[in-house]
Design a protein around this ligand. Structure first.
Ligand code: CA
Length: 316
């Protein structure tokens, strides 16, 4: 394992975009609090509610039971930096320049030069303009980490965040979302033990932009009284969809001077209709590796390149 990766192999990032200070900010009570939880490198098969029968993840399983499980939820990239940039901006990372022409595809440290261009507008900025208070919590810890212990620990942290929402009586007025930034890192091992996540039946993993194991991730939405509990949604959705979705919830408009690739999830969650994503593009760095075409009852995926290595930062 590259030593520079060791400091943040496991992390859980929670964006708490909150209207907790409703009176202070004058936010209409019809606008929900927004809690976004992103796990790092969590594979499609790492959760009980997504088919794992070895690792206990009762808190996230309960969240799924109380909300909608997105089974075709796709990250815009198969490594951290471009995936998170797309999540924050609602745009494919190639539009903002958050992709690499070289084999190095991630920023390892926040102090590195570069980063998200200043003319990009994150969803946090949109919501702040509508009076929301925003916050981000980054929970990281060092490896060791026996994989099952790590996943249970991660689930426990998720549970504490969700319990805190309950404790202050905000469960029913909080839009809660859970996902991972990309698929599990299959080659990350501690001796003979695989510690980098499991992508279930999906082929490929972290670093593989054209294969499902690299880009399809767990997705869960809970909004009591607003979205039906214990529901499974098989329509194609993207992490980029969160951008227009939370903008809609806050009554904000998305920028009109640029293309937003995400689609508002609310119509899909509220009505029995099809995804607005007709095409989804799957890149490895700046190279297009696959295209997903979805037309109502028909689903196709064209794989353009199948040679990929999963080692982070390398894509051929
Ligand atoms: Ca990651």
């Amino acid at each position: 394992m590259p030593s520079q990766l060791s400091h943040r192999i496991v992390s859980l990032v929670a964006w708490i975009v909150s209207s907790l200070l409703t009176q202070t900010y004058g936010i209409n009570e019809s606008r929900p609090n927004i809690l976004l939880i992103m796990a790092d490198d969590l594979g499609y098969g790492d959760l009980g509610c997504f088919g794992n029968n070895t690792i206990r993840t009762p808190n996230i399983d309960q969240l799924a039971k109380e909300g909608v499980k997105l089974t075709q939820h796709i990250a815009a990239a198969s490594v951290c930096t471009p995936s998170r940039a797309a999540f924050l901006t609602g745009r494919y990372p190639i539009r903002s320049g958050m992709v690499s022409q070289t084999k190095k595809r991630v920023f390892i440290r926040t102090g590195a030069s570069g980063g998200l261009p200043e003319n990009e507008t994150t969803f946090a900025k949109l919501l702040q303009q509508k009076g929301y208070a925003t916050s981000i919590i980054d929970i990281s810890w060092e490896k060791p980490a026996w994989f099952i212990w790590r996943q249970c620990r991660r689930d426990g942290l998720d549970g504490r965040i969700l319990a805190a929402v309950d404790r202050v009586g905000l469960r029913n007025n909080t839009f809660t979302y859970f996902t991972s930034d990309h698929g599990g890192y299959l080659e990350f091992r501690d001796g003979n033990i695989q510690v980098g996540g499991w992508n279930g039946r999906l082929k490929g993993g972290k670093g593989m932009g054209g294969w499902e194991g690299g880009i399809r991730v767990p997705g869960i939405v809970r909004w009591p009284g607003k979205v039906a509990p214990n529901t499974v949604l098989d329509e194609p959705t993207s992490l980029m969809d969160i951008y227009p979705t939370v903008a809609h919830l806050a009554g904000a408009s998305v920028p009109q001077d640029r293309i937003i690739d995400g689609k508002n999830l609310i119509p899909l969650l509220w009505k029995d209709q099809h995804s607005e994503h007709e095409f989804m593009f799957h890149y490895c760095g700046s190279h297009l590796h696959a295209v997903r075409w979805y037309q109502k009852e028909s689903k196709y995926k064209l794989s353009l390149l199948s040679i990929c290595r999963t080692f982070p930062g390398v894509c051929v």
